[in-house]
Design a protein around this ligand. Structure first.
Ligand code: NG6
Ligand code: CA
Length: 521
C-alpha cells in the first residue's frame, strides 16, 4: 500500500510527461505535414520571348519540345499577360503585385540605377518567407541596385537580398548593359581587387575602346544604341573599365545560370523553396553556345530560343532526379513580347522565314498592341494540375496573391488578384479587367475588349520596326472577333467606348495620364 502511495505521484508525473510528449509529437507531425504540403515554387521567366515563339502556341518553324511537353501537361493560358511591354516594369509587377505605373521609376533601367523596390514593400519572396520558404533568384534582375553611386568593388546593397531573396545570383541589368559581371549575394563574382570595376553611363573612361570608334574590334555589329564599351567583342550600353577577370562569357551564360538553378534546387531540396529562374534569352545580344549555333536555321535569335528550351529541359530533369517534380509548382512566362532587331545586326530579320514571333498578335516589345504584353504563359504541377487550355484573363501581377493563398498566407499584393484556382486549372474565371503598360503608356483590357487611349508619338518605332499603338484617336478592339486588332470600333461603338473610358479613368487615375487627350470623338 505504502509502495503504491509512493509510486502514485511518480506515475502521475511520468504519465503527464508521456502525454505531453505525445502532444508534442503529434503537433510536430502536423507541422511537418503542413510544411510538406506546401509545394516548392519555381517561376521560370524568359526575356523578350513572343507569344508565337513557342511550339505550344503554334510555332512550327522553331522547336521548343521541352516547353511544349510541360505546357501540354499543365494549364496553357491564351490570355496570359506580363504587366508591361518592357522588362523592368514587368519584373516589378511580378515581384510586388503592384501595377508598375504606380512607380515612376519602373522604366527600362541603366545598370547604375538604384533599387526601385522599397525594402519595406511586400514582395513575392517575402510573402513566401513568412511561410517558411527558402527563396532564391538566379538570372536577370534589372530592378536596380544600391541607392545611387554603387561601388561595384564592395558588397552591393540593397538588392534582391534586401527585398526577400535569401540567395541571389544575378546579372545587374541586361545582357547588353554594363556591368557585364555576375553578382552573388551582392558581391561581384571573381573580382580581382587589383583591377577594380568602374561604371559610367554618360562618359567613357580615358583610352578605353568603344563600339563607335573601334568597329574593327567587334564580332557583333551594333545597329542602334549599343556602341559604348566593348566586352567579348560585343559593344554594350554604358561604359565599363576594369573587372577583367570577372567579366562573363556571353556564350556560357545559359549554362552558367542553369548550373546556378540546379545547384540551388539540390541545396534546398529538403525545405520548401521558391526559385525565380530568370533566363536572359532571347534578349540581345543573342549569343548561343556553340552547341546551339545554327540549330534553328533562323540565326542567333532562333538558336537562343532552342537553347532556352534545352536548359529548361535540363532543369526539369534535375527536379525529377531529385524527386521534386510532384511537389513543385512551375510557372513559365516571358517579361514582354518579341522584337527582332533590338539594336544589333544579328540576322533576326533576315533569317526569320515564315516564323511569326507574335503568333498573329499585333505589335511587339514596346507596344501597347497585344504582342507587347500577351506572352507565353503556363503553369505545371505534375499530378496536381489537370492538363487544359485556359482563355481566362490572367497577369503575372496576380501571382503574389494567388501563391499566397496556395501557401496559406493572407498577404495580398495591392493590385494582385487571387486567381489560384485559375492558375491550378480549377476555374476559368480570371480577371474582369487589366491595365497593361508600354513605355509608360497604358491601356485597358476588359472582357474581350481593349481600349487604347490616344497617345502622341510615332506610330511605328522604325529602328525596331514595331507598331507602338500611338494614334490621335481612341482605339477600341474586340479581341475575340479581331485578335489581330485590325478593326477599330471606337467610332462604330460609341457606347462601349464611353463605358471603357469611364472604367479606364477610374482605374488608372487621371493624374497619371499626362500624354493623353481625352476628348471623345
Ligand atoms: C532599350 C535597348 C534594347 C533593350 C531594351 C531593354 C537601345 C537602343 N535599345 O533601350 O536593346 O536593351 O532597352 O530591354 O539601347 S528589356 O527587355 O530589358 O526591357
Ligand atoms: Ca525583356
Amino acid at each position: 500500500m505504502y509502495f503504491i502511495k509512493m509510486m502514485l505521484p511518480k506515475f502521475k508525473i511520468s504519465a503527464m510527461l508521456l502525454c505531453a510528449s505525445l502532444v508534442l509529437l503529434v503537433s510536430c507531425k502536423a507541422e511537418e505535414k503542413t510544411q510538406k504540403t506546401n509545394p516548392n515554387i519555381v517561376v521560370i521567366y524568359v526575356d523578350d520571348l513572343g507569344y508565337g515563339d513557342v511550339g505550344f502556341n503554334g510555332a512550327t518553324e522553331i522547336k521548343t519540345p521541352n516547353l511544349d511537353q510541360l505546357a501540354s501537361g499543365g494549364v496553357r493560358f491564351t490570355n496570359g499577360y506580363a504587366s508591361s511591354a518592357t522588362c523592368t516594369p514587368s519584373r516589378y509587377a511580378l515581384l510586388t503585385g503592384v501595377y508598375p505605373w504606380r512607380n515612376k521609376s519602373a522604366k527600362i533601367l541603366p545598370g547604375t540605377a538604384p533599387l526601385i523596390i522599397d525594402t519595406l514593400q511586400m514582395t513575392l519572396p517575402k510573402m513566401l518567407k513568412t511561410k517558411g520558404y527558402h527563396t532564391g533568384i538566379v538570372g536577370k534582375w534589372h530592378l536596380g541596385l544600391g541607392t545611387g553611386n554603387v561601388n561595384w568593388n564592395e558588397t552591393v546593397s540593397p538588392g534582391p537580398n534586401e527585398v526577400g531573396f535569401d540567395y541571389s545570383y544575378i546579372m545587374a541589368a541586361t545582357q547588353d548593359r554594363v556591368p557585364t559581371v555576375y553578382i552573388e549575394d551582392g558581391d561581384v563574382v571573381g573580382l580581382d581587387p587589383n583591377d577594380p570595376i568602374e561604371i559610367n553611363y554618360k562618359k567613357n573612361f580615358e583610352g578605353e575602346p568603344t563600339g563607335k570608334d573601334n568597329p574593327e574590334m567587334l564580332k557583333m555589329k551594333w545597329h542602334h544604341g549599343h556602341n559604348s564599351s566593348i566586352v567579348n567583342e560585343i559593344p554594350r550600353i554604358g561604359f565599363m573599365k576594369g573587372g577583367e577577370a570577372a567579366k562573363w562569357i556571353d556564350e556560357d551564360m545559359a549554362d552558367h545560370f542553369l548550373q546556378g538553378a540546379q545547384d540551388y534546387v539540390k541545396k534546398h531540396k529538403n525545405e520548401p523553396f521558391f526559385l525565380y529562374y530568370a533566363l536572359q534569352q532571347p534578349h540581345v545580344p543573342r549569343t548561343p553556345h556553340a552547341r546551339f549555333v545554327g540549330k534553328s536555321g533562323m540565326g542567333p535569335r532562333g538558336d537562343v530560343i532552342v537553347e532556352a528550351d534545352w536548359v529548361i529541359g535540363e532543369f526539369i530533369k534535375t527536379l525529377e532526379e531529385e524527386g521534386l517534380l510532384e511537389n513543385t509548382l512551375i510557372v513559365f512566362t516571358s517579361d514582354n513580347g518579341p522584337v527582332l532587331n533590338d539594336g544589333y545586326y544579328d540576322d533576326a530579320v533576315e533569317k526569320l522565314g515564315n516564323h511569326d514571333p507574335s503568333g498573329g498578335l499585333r505589335g511587339g516589345k514596346y507596344s501597347l498592341f497585344e504582342a507587347g504584353t500577351r506572352v507565353p504563359f503556363f503553369t505545371y504541377w505534375k499530378g496536381k494540375i489537370q492538363p487544359t487550355t485556359s482563355d481566362a484573363l490572367v497577369c503575372q501581377l496576380d501571382l503574389l496573391s494567388s501563391l499566397s493563398t496556395l501557401v496559406g498566407s493572407d498577404i495580398k499584393g495591392d493590385d494582385s488578384q487571387d486567381l489560384l484556382d485559375v492558375f491550378l486549372g480549377k476555374s476559368t474565371k480570371g480577371r474582369d479587367e487589366l491595365i497593361i503598360e508600354a513605355t509608360t503608356r497604358t491601356a485597358l483590357r476588359q472582357g474581350d475588349w481593349i481600349l487604347i487611349p490616344p497617345y502622341k508619338g510615332q506610330a511605328v518605332n522604325k529602328l525596331v520596326n514595331i507598331e507602338l499603338a500611338n494614334s490621335k484617336e481612341y482605339q477600341l478592339y474586340n479581341l475575340k472577333e479581331d485578335r489581330g486588332q485590325q478593326n477599330n470600333l471606337a467610332i462604330s461603338n460609341p457606347k462601349k467606348l464611353e463605358e471603357l473610358i469611364a472604367v479606364y479613368k477610374e482605374t488608372r487615375g487621371s493624374e497619371n495620364v499626362e500624354t493623353e487627350q481625352f476628348e471623345l470623338h
